[in-house]
Structures are given as C-alpha cells and as structure tokens.
Design a protein around this ligand. Structure first.
Ligand code: ZN
Length: 248
C-alpha cells in the first residue's frame, strides 16, 4: 500500500523521481565507480544535463554578492512524515504539503532528504551533512532550501528520522509529528543561485537557497546516517557565468 502511494507520487512529481528508488525504467546510478557522477551524463539520454549542463549543482559558495534578495517565507506544517530509504538517501515525504514563497512565486513542499558529506561547500569546505528541502511548482520549476549540518548538539527532529530510517530500501513512518523547520538554523541569512538537481537527471530548474549558518546534529546521528549512506554527495560543479547572491 505504501509502495503504491509512493509510486503514484513519483509520476506526479519529477523531482521526486530524481531521488526515487531504482525502478526497471531508470538506469542504476550511484556515487562511485562505473555508476558514479562522472558517468551519469552517459548512462541515459535523459541524464545528459549531468554532463553538458552549464548551471549545475552543487557549487562552492564563495565570493557571494550582497543583495536585496527576496526573503523566503516558509509555511510548513508539522507532520508524521513517511521516511523512505530510496537507495540514494533517506527522504521524508510530505503528504500535507506546505508552502514556500519567494517574492511572488509560490512553491509546494514535497520532501526533504540528506547528503553526507554536504554537497555545497563554503570557501572550499564541506560540512558533515546537508539537508535539502524540496519544493515544486506545477510547471516544473523547483526551489530547494539547503541546510548545512555540523556535529554538535542533538537535533530531536533529525534523531527521530534517523531512529526509524530503514537500513535497506523501504519505508517507515514517524509516530509523532515533526516540524521540519526544527531542522533549520535560527539565523536565516542565505546564499541564492540558479542551479540544478544534484542527482540525475540534473535538470537545470532549481532556485537554490542555502543558509549561511549551520545547524547542529548529534555525531551519533551523523554516524548512523553514514552507516546507511557513507557518501552520497555529488562533486562540486563549475560556477561558470552565474551570480551567487547573499541575502538576509
Ligand atoms: Zn539533495
């Protein structure tokens, strides 16, 4: 039953498909060797942007330009999330949605998931992990909020997710509602740039917003994630002719 719901969700949501569990139709991609990031662009014609795109993610967040960038207005709801191991990451799928507004653009909250180490770097340095909060518009435009995670004080929300995260492909459900905003830093200064999905098909449709401040989580929870996914971060991509903004 869960599985059917998950697959139906996939059809309706291309961004979800990018992090979907391996299905018969999609080539098997990963983070190492013959299925690794250097090969993604050649694995499937649908993955071409991974190799030939000019606005790819992640990037090194450095030399940002201070700007009066539109603030993010986050309107998520606490929810007993479905927590999925999709073969690439641990992902919490939202059923009730919620909204992100940037300027006059509204996006619907779809899911959040994790990478170890962080995908974005700041001045060349990656952190222990990164959380991605994925939002989409019906037209296919996507906005992702990134939160860089470091070892420190325990974060209850992250602990609760890790506690039930399936070690193999499969899903579980939180028993108590979790406010996803509890996984964000309190200070909401952010970097913003135009980029791509960091997983195949690497589509260049993402408005990226990464907080400049980190969020602390327990080292034990980082270790538990890495026991399932030791390395699921794409290498840094060239910035090319893009602007990196810094707003507050
Ligand atoms: Zn991600």
């Amino acid at each position: 039953m869960h599985r059917r719901g998950f697959l139906a969700g996939l059809m309706a949501c291309p961004v979800c498909a990018s992090a979907a569990r391996a299905d018969s139709d999609a080539p098997h991609w990963g983070y190492q060797g013959e299925h690794g990031p250097a090969e993604w662009g050649e694995m499937d014609s649908r993955f071409k942007a991974c190799a030939v795109g000019s606005q790819q993610s992640p990037i090194d967040l450095t030399n940002a330009i201070r700007a009066e960038a539109d603030r993010m207005v986050i309107a998520w709801k606490p929810e007993a999330f479905e927590v999925v191991n999709n073969g690439h990451t641990i992902q919490a799928n939202s059923r009730t949605g919620g909204k992100l507004t940037i300027g006059n653009l509204d996006y619907e909250f779809k899911q959040f998931h994790f990478h170890a180490p962080s995908e974005h770097a700041v001045d060349g340095k990656r952190t222990a992990m990164e959380a991605h909060f994925v939002h989409a518009q019906p037209g296919g435009r996507i906005a992702v909020i990134g939160a860089l995670m470091v070892a420190g004080e325990r974060n209850k929300g992250f602990s609760d997710i890790i506690a039930i995260a399936p070690a193999e492909e499969g899903e579980a459900r939180l028993r108590v509602p979790l406010d996803p905003a509890s996984l964000l830093p309190r200070d909401r200064d952010f970097y913003r740039y135009e980029g791509s999905l960091t997983t195949p098909p690497c589509s260049e449709v993402v408005d990226w917003n990464v907080f400049t401040h980190t969020v602390e989580v327990a080292q034990a929870d980082i270790d538990a994630f890495k026991a399932i996914f030791p390395m699921n971060a794409r290498p840094l991509q060239p910035v090319n002719r893009r602007y990196l903004l810094r707003g507050s």
